[in-house]
Design a protein around this ligand. Structure first.
Ligand code: LMR
Length: 418
């Protein structure tokens, strides 16, 4: 009997520690890029993932970044660890860039800063900090629609997330009424995710007047503004314009804020994971304490952040000459995107694509939110080899003089039901 039992135990596979892991489908936007990469059609067009492409459809290393790399090489690059909180000159200059010199000077003693793994890492680190300061974790209000990763970042940290209607799909515009009503009924002490500019995916931002109104309600209701600022300078071509909401909330309303900066888009440092989380807090003491908590959280998670991108960005931001070059790069990228937006709009109208396309030129930033049905999005991919996000968001930077007419003509054909 005993022998029999032993034999059975040896031949049966023991249960896995991961038996309860459920299958999660691949991330939609990264899966779309992978699908595009394996498509052999000469006509293929990638309007999926938000990555800048030049007029030849190629990745673009910004001239300011190129110059910064050369400087770093002549200085002799090593591969030593950065401090846990990251490169000090990067943290300082990134925060200075977002706040502008006057406001930066005014709040400098109340700042906590921490280098992070691009926009996602900054949001995640902000979540870790908020969770360590509040038990149970506060509710997070997230606009709908939003960037595909927002819910995942915060729900995976245990935050209760609630969506509010941001977009009016019938008028294809920001739904300011529902936005205001969501804020007016939000639970005090909750966190609100704000896209600082270039709302992803809709391309619809509040006007300055609307930001002022939203900020005042956030203040009255005792909500905490958490800015996702992934497109500063990339949206309009001007960092100061794109940072309006952040600066208004801090400078005019005197609010505490968290700002998640990414240099993926505005410096093209996608794979270098270059980002910075900063907080403007109520007092010097709070800032010191919060920063020490950030340091502990960072140590427990990534130990210390990656160096190369931070060195590239800091070299640009700390040199007058390189910064001017970068400002030109921002104009080049945002200008080309604006021109392609207009070209797509004109071509859609020229080809008689059914419907009104004015929303496309009202929107701004990297994305165009077309408003196509899922079956049209699928047909465009399967029959025309044109790839876009399932919600018909297109990365305008994927368009160029060579493919824009093909894209417009294909959309027109699909909508006419050819
Ligand atoms: C996008 O929205 O396509 C980009 O921000 C890439 C990403 O990480 O989702």
């Amino acid at each position: 009997m005993t022998t029999h039992t032993t034999t059975v135990t040896q031949t049966e596979a023991p249960p896995s520690f991961f038996d309860s892991a459920t299958y999660i489908p691949p991330d939609a936007i990264f899966a779309l890029t992978a699908e595009y990469n394996t498509d052999t059609s000469p006509n293929k067009v990638n309007l999926g993932q938000g990555t800048y492409r030049d007029e030849n459809g190629q990745p673009w290393v910004l001239p300011s970044v190129q110059k910064s790399r050369e400087i770093l090489l002549t200085q002799g690059l090593n591969h030593e660890y950065l401090p846990i909180l990251g490169l000090q000159s990067f943290r300082d200059n990134a925060t200075l860039m977002a706040l502008g010199p006057d406001l930066y000077e005014k709040v400098q003693s109340r700042l906590s800063t921490c280098q992070a793994l691009s926009g996602t890492g900054s949001l995640h680190t902000a979540g870790l900090l908020l969770r360590s300061c509040h038990s149970p974790p506060p509710k997070i209000y997230i606009p709908s629609p939003t960037w595909s990763n927002h819910h995942q970042v915060f729900s995976s940290l245990g935050f209760p997330c609630e969506s509010f209607t941001y977009y009016d799909s019938s008028h294809k515009d920001l739904n300011i009424e529902s936005y205001i009503s969501a804020l007016k009924t939000a639970t005090p002490g909750s966190v609100v995710i704000l896209h600082a500019c270039a709302h992803n995916p809709t391309g619809c931002d509040p006007t300055k007047q609307q930001w002022i109104q939203l900020g005042q309600i956030i203040k009255e209701r005792g909500l905490f503004p958490l800015f996702d600022a992934a497109y500063l300078g990339f949206n309009s071509g001007n960092v100061d314009d794109d940072a309006f909401a952040i600066r208004y909330f801090v400078g005019e309303l005197g609010l505490e804020v968290a700002v998640c900066l990414s240099f993926a888009k505005n410096m093209g440092l996608y794979g270098e994971r270059t980002g910075c989380l900063f907080l403007v807090t109520r007092s010097k003491e709070t800032a010191v304490n919060a920063q020490s908590t950030l340091e502990m959280l960072q140590r427990s998670e990534v130990s210390n952040p990656p160096a190369y991108g931070a060195k590239i960005a800091a070299t640009i931001l700390s040199s007058r000459e390189l910064k001017d070059l970068w400002y030109k790069d921002l104009e080049t990228m945002s200008g080309r995107i604006r021109a392609m937006r207009v070209a797509l709009y004109n071509s859609l109208n020229d080809y008689g694509a059914p419907g009104n396309w004015d929303h496309l030129v009202r929107q701004s930033g990297m994305f165009g939110f077309l408003g196509l049905e899922p079956d049209v999005v699928l047909k465009l991919k399967e029959e025309y080899h044109i790839y876009m996000a399932g919600n018909s968001r297109v990365s305008i930077a994927g368009l160029n003089e060579t493919n824009v007419e093909y894209v417009a003509r294909s959309i027109a054909e699909c909508l006419k039901g050819y």
